[in-house]
Design a protein around this ligand. Structure first.
Ligand code: COA
Ligand code: MG
Length: 290
């Protein structure tokens, strides 16, 4: 999983476009990109789309973003789409592991009702859309066997904080959003799940997007969300381990294999110990080579 493309769940046209975008995951949205009057229509369109494409061999994974736990809409969302068996559910406005456990219980009921295996539906939590969510980032370990990843959001958080902007004059995120981003990374690592970077809203600025992808990969995020199909190739390229990186990781692993029992080895004038080995193994696992 490298790229996750948001597609409004009431737009048949965008859903079809999303399929052809090259995204690894479609995040089919029933929440903020769908107007209140269009929720019912969006559930219908989304459910039909997931049913139609669920069984096809070459397809992105299909996740549905439902409305949050406090909206009074989430049960209707789940009732509307779970029969179509999406690969996962995206939970917005998540406040910690308790919210994930709550969604897990709702999914368990629907899985049983529709004859699905318990835990078949994965959960991706958007975990920093309000201040309370940021303070709860350390609580995701063990919340649910369905939880596969954590991501963060800077747009809703800025609304919760009453901020005028979330980036400074140079385009860099200001402190509250850098904190939310960093704590998401740490929270995901502490819970043993994937960290997914947030969207880059300026969908015409490919250089800015590429720079943000590189920074995210450097820090440990394994994927990034997109809002426009044109962002997908940029994200895929950034999060696909390069041949160079794979070769370096293989060299690290080979050096440890050649020195069984050694805690530390030297490769090309660089000291390597256990964290380097773990990092190399992680990269190869991501590249599907381990
Ligand atoms: N998924 C699939 N197709 C998309 C798309 C998306 N996220 N965003 C744009 N497209 C399609 C457009 O429909 C258009 O198709 P067309 O050429 O057949 O007319 C094409 O890609 C080019 O789009 P463009 O004209 O550049 O942008 P736009 O003005 O039509 O759309 C947005 C801009 C922001 C409204 C649109 O990108 C969008 O809906 N993004 C997702 C928003 C979302 O889900 N937000 C919630 C999470 S933050
Ligand atoms: Mg939102």
């Amino acid at each position: 999983m490298r790229s996750l493309l948001f597609v409004p769940g009431d737009s048949q046209k965008k859903l079809e476009k999303g399929l052809a975008s090259g995204a690894d995951v479609l995040l089919i949205d029933l929440e903020d990109s769908v107007a209140l009057e269009a929720k019912e229509e969006a559930r219908r369109v989304t459910s039909a789309f997931v049913s139609e494409h669920r069984g096809k061999p070459e397809r992105p994974r299909l996740y549905v973003r439902v409305n949050g736990l406090t909206t009074g809409m989430i049960d209707a969302d789940l009732d509307g789409v779970m029969k179509a068996t999406p690969d996962g559910i995206v939970l917005p406005k998540t406040v910690g592991g308790a919210d994930v456990a709550h969604l897990g219980a709702k999914l368990a009921v629907r899985e049983a009702e529709f004859g699905l295996e318990d835990g078949a539906t994965r959960i991706l939590a958007i975990a920093t859309e309000n201040a309370a969510g940021v303070f709860a980032l350390g609580t995701f370990a063990g919340a649910s066997h369905r939880l596969m990843g954590l991501t963060w959001g800077g747009e809703d958080l800025s609304a919760d904080l009453g901020a005028e902007a979330n980036r400074d004059e140079s385009g860099a995120y200001t402190d509250p959003y850098r904190l939310a981003r960093s704590l998401t990374l740490l929270g995901a690592a502490a819970a043993g799940i994937d960290a997914v970077d947030s969207v880059y809203t300026n969908f015409r600025d490919m250089e800015g997007l590429a720079a943000e992808c590189r920074a995210a990969r450097r820090d440990g995020f394994v994927a990034k969300m997109a809002i426009h199909p044109a962002q997908v190739p940029v994200i895929n390229e950034a999060f696909t381990p390069s041949p160079d990186a794979i070769a370096r990781a293989e060299a690290v692993i080979a050096a440890f294999k050649a020195n069984p029992g050694a805690g530390v080895v030297g490769v090309n004038g660089e000291m390597l110990d256990r964290p380097h080995l773990l990092r190399a193994e992680r990269l190869l696992r991501r590249a599907g080579k381990l």
